[in-house]
Design a protein around this ligand. Sequence first.
Ligand SMILES: [Zn+2]
Length: 315
Amino acid sequence: MAYPPSIGALKVYGENGQELDPTSTRHRIVEAFVHLALCLLETEEGQNSLAEVATTIIKEREGTSGTRSWRPRHIYRDSLANMPYWIRVFLRTAGHLEVSQAIISNMTYVRQHPEDAADAYDLFKFQMAITVAHEIVHMLTGFITGTSLPDTPPNVNVKPYIKKYGKGVQGEAGRYWESIILGGFVEFWSVPNHPLGMQQAGEPYLFLPGEKETAQGREVSRTYIKIFLREDFTSPIRPSSQSIKITRKCLEKEQKRKETSYLRSSAASRQAEGANSPPAAHPSAELTARFRRINLDADYGYAQLEGPSRGYFYR
Ligand SMILES: [Zn+2]
């Protein structure tokens, strides 16, 4: 199904809740990666991956697989065979998400200073498209369980990732989805002494599921990223042909790199010198985006955009 190359009713709010001008750079940056995330999820493969996550959550919640003691409710009343239909309904509902102001500031900077950054803007956009798609998977959990802040059942995860990436005994639906459609997990690792310092995008790696310390990763092909940004998605993500297999431990201990989300954490921002990004705890640290799809088929009611100030809402 072809959607117009813009997002129906996207609204982006800055600090203090002011709506951003749609022609502003920050609005355009947010729109670009939210659009890319939705395009990925709307592909046939994207919809299949969402159906797989939703089906797994329902089976878990009914106790038909996995942990027997886990029997909380869900609100799905149709046959599991009709899940593809409900995924299409889900993709037309409204969503609300908050994005890090630090990343938007970095993206704005590298967009305005391409001479410093080569393909940094593209790398950020790739990273944010995957991040937003991951968050939308959490909204899907809310959609089928009827709660805005749902717990994911323990087996909706990538073993043995439960302890490493889920919280407590809860699973991590976003990570589970990544393993289905991306073939692993994309992480960005810093380049030591990079001229952009904490504003750098880092280098993208695809890690295979496994123990955090020993799972192997490879650098993602830049050609793959270029093609991805043209909305031409293939699964799984392709590593660079010259890349070697490496563990997170090696990246950290031997190559003195850090995962970039660590660089942007408030503690790291306070310690680092020459930090230009606002730390995560800064009052301007949150940007809010609300969006919904245009109802092309006119056969569904849309959620109202007004609603609780956080979490996911739909009807
Ligand atoms: Zn998640």
